[in-house]
Design a protein. Structure first.
Length: 97
């Protein structure tokens, strides 16, 4: 994973609401729509939508159309790649000490 992509993901994960949204989506056994997320959080739908947009742009979730609704699923491969890249980054930083 390139540094810029890693940094974009880190920025996307740098807000507690976005972390909660990822957990909500991950806990669903089926696709999760914005309304599903909004029911779990004390936030307006427009606020949730803005946070979802950041997660989409970072590649952490994917949008799937279901009729007139947009639903979201985790991008498991991308999250695993992020995890591996972050581990590689922290390991290389610790090796320099």
């Amino acid at each position: 994973m390139q540094d810029e992509e890693l940094a974009n993901m880190m920025r996307a994960l740098g807000h507690p609401v976005r972390l909660n949204i990822l957990r909500i989506i991950a806990a669903r056994t089926r696709d999760c729509c914005c309304a599903d997320v909004t029911q779990c959080l004390p936030l307006a739908q427009s606020t949730v939508s803005q946070h979802i947009k950041v997660l989409l742009e970072a590649g952490l979730i994917e949008r799937r159309s279901k009729g007139t609704r947009n639903c979201y699923v985790l991008m498991h491969e991308k999250i695993l790649l992020f995890e591996n890249s972050l581990g590689g980054l922290t390991g290389s930083l610790l090796e320099t000490e």
